[in-house]
Write a protein that binds this ligand. Sequence first.
Ligand code: F6R
Length: 263
Amino acid sequence: MEVLIAQDPAEAAKRAADAVLDGLRRVDGHRLVLGLATGSSPLGLYAELAAAVARGDVDFSETLGFALDEYIGIAPDREQSYRQTLLNDVCKVIGLPEANLNVPDGMGAARAEIAAAAAAYDAKIAAVGGIDVQILGIGTNGHVGFNEPGSSLASRTRIMRLANQTREDNARFFAGIGHVPTHCVTQGLGTLREARRLVLIATGAAKAEAVAAAIEGPLTASCPASVLQLHPDVVICLDEAAASGLRNREYYDASALGFQVTV
Ligand code: F6R
């Protein structure tokens, strides 16, 4: 696990974009597959990716995108749906074609239909060869994707009830808490762990406790993001505020200096 602590959110976004591009550079011989998070945390990262596109360093016109999650009951053409959010905040920004964007289907008529579509989403990720780089944020309660505390560390894409904390945190995108959906479809922790590289970005003091629990706490379903400890290629990009709860800060800073042999 690589923990990179930047002075401010802008620098954290640059570091996270570099980690994404580095992961994509390793892809050899197949179409790039990028896992996309919504929310406020990765917006700077996406802007940095757009800058990389403008410089000619990368091209997402052939890339497949897979969303982490979608609300249940919000039609895909509504502004608050994660499909629309990703189209506006990511696809248009980095040049990933709409036709290449995959988002879980939260609009089935019955639970069984949504559950079947969720299982098919996992199968689709597998069919394209898996996700090369998965971009992640973290909830104030330690969720990744919408895997709320208590989620199985082996879970697959499925229906989840949103925690009250998550609904409160996301009420800013709706006309009040009463309008925030109660359920979603999310990639499972087992699903997202299969991505070849995970890049998590977190900024702001509100994330400090969850970040510390994820990186330095025990591996536990009570902090779903702690599952990242099991992954062999994780880069976590933080600003000072989000890093403020970490005990091993000195070690992360020294490690970030790179490889040196001192005798
Ligand atoms: C988004 C997602 C969530 C968010 C998390 C943080 O697709 O799956 O895990 O990454 O809730 O949200 P922000 O970045 O808005 O604080």
